[in-house]
Design a binder for this molecule. Structure first.
Ligand code: SF4
Length: 235
């Protein structure tokens, strides 16, 4: 047995090869932001919509990449969504991912994750950013290695900013704020996104923006405002 699967399974259907004439579209699908378990019906639908011409590949981002004939895209999306698959939005937007909350056993942060998804996913930003929510201090889905990392513990979040998510200079984000309450986390994230929208250069990645500006007064203002909001809400 060999571990080099390429020795007898050369991928002829990479997206680049399939899409030479632009007739294929790539979709990233998953069972949801939190759920990581596929059903047989979902896999059957994936096989059906990809068909003999398309391709299926798994990725490093908790999703499966489908190459689908563009002409069949509308029908394919409808079928995928009908069996409960989530299709990731593309482009220069805020995207969300999360751990699986221990397969649903540790769901304390699930509701706020859903709310943040409803409010933040899809907001336009200078360069695509990912908010990664992990449901406990184990942070086993590597929240600290995404643009905005949220680590939940006891009704609050530690917030990490500025990770370099990949490449030889990859590194974890810095702890930006500790113990931000569930009640205030959305405001804080809205403020972080707002300063990025307003002050970043065109297409400037978030980690470069944060590194360039992290000593600026506006970050301190955000921290002070959020701290004072939290304090006043405790009175
Ligand atoms: S980060 Fe914590 S809650 Fe989430 S899957 Fe890992 S151990 Fe479970």
């Amino acid at each position: 047995m060999t571990i080099n699967a390429f020795s007898h399974n050369i991928p002829e259907k990479t997206f680049a090869k399939l899409n030479r004439e632009g007739e294929f579209t790539r979709l990233a699908v998953s069972p949801g932001i939190i759920n990581k378990h596929y059903t047989p019906a979902q896999f059957q639908t994936i096989a059906e919509v990809v068909g003999a011409r398309g391709a299926i590949k798994y990725s490093a981002s908790y999703s499966i990449l489908l190459s689908i004939p563009t002409i069949e895209l509308t029908t394919a999306k409808r079928k995928l969504e009908k069996v409960g698959l989530y299709i990731a939005k593309q482009g220069q937007i805020v995207a969300m991912k999360a751990c699986d909350f221990c397969d649903g056993d540790k769901m304390e942060a699930a509701q706020i994750t859903e709310e943040l998804y409803q409010q933040l996913e899809g907001l336009e930003v200078p360069s695509r950013i990912c908010i990664n929510m992990n449901g406990c201090a184990s942070a086993c889905y590597n929240a600290v290695y995404d643009d905005i990392g949220l680590v939940y513990q006891k009704d609050s979040f530690d917030v990490y900013l500025g990770a370099v998510p990949m490449g030889k200079h990859a590194q974890a984000g810095e702890l930006f704020m500790k113990k931000v309450s569930v009640q205030h986390i959305e405001n804080l994230l809205q403020e972080i996104i707002r300063v990025y929208q307003e002050r970043a250069y065109q297409k400037e990645p978030f980690y470069k923006f944060y590194k360039r500006t992290k000593d600026a007064d506006f970050w301190q203002t955000i921290k002070c405002y959020e701290n004072s909001s939290a304090d006043s809400s405790r009175v």
